[in-house]
Write a protein that binds this ligand. Structure first.
Ligand code: HH2
Length: 329
């Protein structure tokens, strides 16, 4: 049984933003509109199905819905479709700008999920969530067939951790539907990616990879202003690689596309703090502040209410600093 009936979910309008996300409940943002990120690069907005996702002006919150038995932080919690739908609607009400539905764990060591299994996991959830909220649904998949079916069921973005390499047809599917695509860097596959990852120059290699995958997506017909890039925190990286990439977000922003950052609850936070999965919310918050300040335009998170507030407060600080003329020290 769904835990959250439709009536409890407020009507949402992306173009105008939600009351809480816009600060309307407490009198607004304070110092004014969010400041441009430190990189100085202003990424484009994302458009999908008549909606504008305002990535040129603020950092969006992508909330995670894992319809899987084995995801690294919440495996099994939302494997039942009713529970997954209720969770998706709940995170929409808590401030998610995008709801990312996935049916295949990409945790280190995870094995491939059959097409039929993945379809059976995600489709009923995408269909029901898309019918019950205006918050756009993104489909987190490496398979063209899953993307195609999810888009037909109402999804409005595609999030591919393989950046169109596992199934090149996926880019053509996104192009045909005219939807934004997240292209993420990963070394190898989830099954092998943490086997002794090494780079000569991790930032340069990830940057070159993302530029090449953007070109491949454009060659497949995806519009330039539909592309989102993601350094793939934890995907074939040691801690030192994750830290280097997080430090280099302004440089990745200069690729000219919104940068998505997914640090939520990941292992490097646990190792830095010596804390288990269920105690990483503060560590995640620190990475979200860091990422927003360095130009991330989408953060992919599990703890949506808390991280939506962290994003808004960080943007208020940035706008306040800009209004005060920058560094006061
Ligand atoms: N991280 C995960 C899954 N999908 N997509 C993007 N674009 N960026 C990420 O960093 C990213 C992602 C891993 O998190 P989660 O979905 O919670 O775990 P699992 O893959 O085990 O389902």
């Amino acid at each position: 049984m769904a835990r959250l009936p439709t009536e409890e979910v407020p009507p949402l309008s992306l173009a105008h933003g939600r009351a809480e996300a816009r600060g309307a409940l407490d009198g607004g943002h304070g110092p004014g509109a969010p400041a441009a990120p430190r990189s100085g690069a202003v990424p484009h907005d994302l458009r999908t199905g008549g909606l504008v996702l305002p990535t040129s002006t603020r950092c969006l919150v992508m909330g995670v819905v894992n319809v899987t038995p084995d995801s690294f932080s919440d495996g099994g919690a939302y494997a039942d479709p009713d529970t997954a739908v209720a969770h998706a609607l709940a995170i929409a009400a808590k401030g998610a700008d995008v709801i990312d539905v996935g049916g295949e764990s990409t945790r280190p060591g995870a094995s491939y999920v059959d097409l039929a299994v993945e379809l059976a996991r995600v489709l009923p959830v995408v269909e029901r969530v898309a019918a019950r909220t205006d918050v756009p649904v993104s489909i987190d998949t490496r398979k063209a067939e899953v993307a195609r079916a999810a888009l037909a069921a109402g999804a409005r973005l595609v999030n591919d951790v393989s950046a169109g390499r596992d199934d090149p047809e996926l880019l053509a599917v996104a192009a045909g539907a005219g939807v934004p695509v997240v292209l993420m860097h990963m070394r190898g596959t989830p099954a092998t990616m943490q086997d002794d990852p090494r780079y000569g120059d991790v930032v340069g290699e990830v940057e070159a990879f993302l530029a090449e995958r953007c070109a491949a997506a454009e060659a497949a017909g995806v519009a330039r202003d539909a592309l989102v890039v993601d350094p793939g925190i934890g995907f074939g990286k040691r801690d030192e690689h994750n830290y280097a990439l997080l430090a280099a977000l302004p440089r990745l922003g200069r690729l000219g596309h919104p940068v998505l950052v997914g640090t939520s609850r990941k292992g490097f936070i646990g190792r830095a703090l010596g804390l288990p999965m269920d105690e990483r919310v503060e560590g995640t918050a620190a990475t979200v502040v860091w990422s927003v300040e360095r130009g991330a335009r989408i953060v992919r998170v599990h703890d949506v209410r808390a991280m939506a507030r962290v994003v808004r407060m960080t943007e208020a600080l940035m706008a306040g600093a800009a209004a005060a003329g920058g560094d006061a020290g």
